[in-house]
Design a protein around this ligand. Structure first.
Ligand code: GDP
Length: 217
């Protein structure tokens, strides 16, 4: 049986993460093309996932906010890269959700190019967080995203969302399914974090892990 946690977050990291994520988190800007990307002046963490995976809900849960990132009434609406500043120490970057079938082809191409440009060339990017819906499991476009991050050598953390909706045995099966995906990509970290934005499970653990990447006070 695969383990959810073979790598525990220290109490110290959890406390530091709590303090960090209690800081003001403010919207900086949105980029629609490579020219409108802001200057990289903070260590950044980028969040990626299929449309409707629960990315906005997770960002709001991490930052203790109701409407930092807009939860999508219509899946796939966000087609820009949104930048947030957490306490002047960490940049949180909300990448457009992928895999929305009804988006026009040109639109999909444009933001795929933008995301690729961002992920490959961003000197300040410390980590990508790729969200996988625990009820849905990994799809072809998740594998494409992981390949892209792996090729760009961006340290990548897998986070399983909406775990309140799955039974422990289904979560264990998901981890088993994801394990070879992790093993074959050097840039993907071994540890996968299960979260529920709705119930709060895993949020302080994730804050603790991500908080270690923040810049100095
Ligand atoms: P996004 O498109 O990735 O930004 O996804 P959203 O955050 O807008 O969430 C998509 C849907 O999943 C919404 O209906 C949310 O209420 C729901 N959702 C998000 N997180 C959770 C969670 O932790 N548990 C459950 N049960 N539902 C969630």
């Amino acid at each position: 049986m695969p383990e959810i946690s073979d790598d525990t977050t220290s109490d110290q990291d959890i406390e530091a993460g709590r303090v960090l994520f209690a800081q003001e988190c403010s919207y900086v800007t949105s980029a629609v093309d490579s020219a409108s990307l802001p200057k990289p002046n903070l260590p950044e963490i980028a969040f990626a996932g299929r449309s409707n995976v629960g990315k906005s809900s997770l960002l709001n849960a991490l930052a203790n906010r109701k409407s930092l990132a807009r939860t999508s009434a219509m899946p796939g609406r966000t087609r820009q890269v949104n930048f947030f500043d957490l306490g002047g120490r960490l940049g949180l970057v909300d990448l457009p959700g992928y895999g929305y079938a009804q988006a026009p082809k040109q639109v999909v191409q444009d933001w795929t190019e933008l995301v690729k440009f961002y992920l490959r060339g961003r000197v300040s990017l410390r980590r990508a967080v790729v969200l996988i819906d625990a009820r849905v499991g990994p799809k072809a476009n998740d594998r494409d995203a992981l390949d892209l991050l792996d090729q760009a050598a961006v340290p990548t953390q897998l986070v399983m969302t909406k775990v309140d909706k799955v039974k422990p045995k289904d979560l264990a099966a998901l981890i088993e399914k994801l394990t070879p995906e992790v093993a074959k990509r050097a840039a993907v970290l071994d540890h996968m974090v299960p979260v529920s934005a709705l119930k709060g499970a895993g949020i302080s653990d994730l804050r603790g892990r991500l908080g270690t990447l923040a810049g100095p006070k």
